[in-house]
Each structure stands twice: as structure tokens, then as C-alpha cells.
Design a binder for this molecule. Sequence first.
Ligand SMILES: CC(C)(COP(=O)(O)OP(=O)(O)OC[C@H]1O[C@@H](n2cnc3c(N)ncnc32)[C@H](O)[C@@H]1OP(=O)(O)O)[C@@H](O)C(=O)NCCC(=O)NCCS
Length: 169
Amino acid sequence: MESRYPSESRTILTDLVLPGETNPLNNLFGGELLARMDRAAGIAAGRHSRRIVVTASVNHVAFSKAIPLGSVVTVEAKVSRAFKSSMEVVIDVWIEDRQTGDKTKANEAIYTFVAVNESGSPVSVPPIKPETELEQQRYDAALRRKQLSLVLAGKMKPNDATELKALFV
Ligand SMILES: CC(C)(COP(=O)(O)OP(=O)(O)OC[C@H]1O[C@@H](n2cnc3c(N)ncnc32)[C@H](O)[C@@H]1OP(=O)(O)O)[C@@H](O)C(=O)NCCC(=O)NCCS
């Protein structure tokens, strides 16, 4: 299978924060942001694999900054690494200042998607070739994160997580 670049999967969703999407402090409800990130990441994984994709796990979410009512929110998702049937997708969330247009990073997350056939069984995806320094860093760290996620899910024995163990020895 021919490899693809992370930029080919880049997906950007821009939307407002409306009153029905906020918590009692008038900030964006966390579940709404998770849904927006899942949607953007799913499109990115689909662009990379050109297959049906399902969310296999949410590996990391950092709600670093509250996002106030009325904000213009941009969710940017890109596949950082492709394995056999799974893909790691990194999501960056930005808030746009409506007057200056300046963007501030608000949150980030890492999701894992799996490409499946019509019966829901995993199928192979194309490899990925990082181009930029940041893409290379994210690619290099993705195997550790995959192993951590599998260990936490009880799908890998800690002893087999060689890449992860290498961090500590
Ligand atoms: C995701 C799913 C397809 C995995 O199926 P499975 O039978 O466990 O398949 P496998 O064990 O062969 O795993 C398939 C791939 O997923 C990866 N994977 C599975 N669970 C994972 C986890 N918790 N974290 C990271 N990767 C995971 C495996 O490592 C494997 O990757 P690889 O092929 O690139 O090496 C299956 O669990 C599923 O359909 N889940 C429901 C998905 C869904 O409905 N999501 C929406 C939320 S409601």
C-alpha cells in the first residue's frame, strides 16, 4: 500500500459555542468538545485510510482552557501514525479572537481509530510518512502511547510494552 502524508488527512472544523452547548459557568461543555474532536478525528482517519473508521480509544485529553460562550472554536485533526489497522490522530483546539483573528491554543487530545470493513472487522491502512519536525516527533511517540493504551485496556502485558519500558530504564 502506498504511504500517505499526515497533511493529506488534515481536517479543520470551525464552529461557534452556542447557549445549548455550555455548562453553568457559560463555558463549552466538555462532552460537546469531545464530540467535535471525535468528528474531526474520524474524518481525518477516514481521509488517511479511505475506509470506514471507528473510535477505538481516547488516549489523552487536556481541557487546559475554558472556552466561553460565543467563542469561535477551531478543531484541527491530523493522523500522526498509522499501524496495521489502527491510526493515532492528534487534535489541537484553538479559540479565535473575533476582533484580531488571533488564535490561542485551548485544548488538545489524542484518539485512536481503527479501519474496519462492512462487517466491523479491522482492515489494513496505508503507512504514513511524517514531513515536518513536529509530525516526526508525534510519529516517534505514538508507539509508546499505543502500548500504554493497550496495557491500560488489558490488551497487552506490561512486559511486552518494550517501547514504553524504554522510557523508564
Ligand atoms: C476497535 C475495534 C474495531 C477493535 O477490534 P478488536 O477485535 O479488538 O481488534 P484487534 O484486537 O485486532 O485490534 C485492532 C487494532 O486496534 C488496536 N486497538 C484496540 N484497542 C485499542 C486501544 N484500547 N488502544 C489503542 N489501540 C487499540 C489494536 O492494537 C489493533 O491495532 P493494529 O491493527 O494497528 O495493530 C472493536 O473493539 C470495536 O469495534 N469497538 C467499538 C468501536 C465503536 O463503536 N466506537 C464508537 C464508540 S461507541
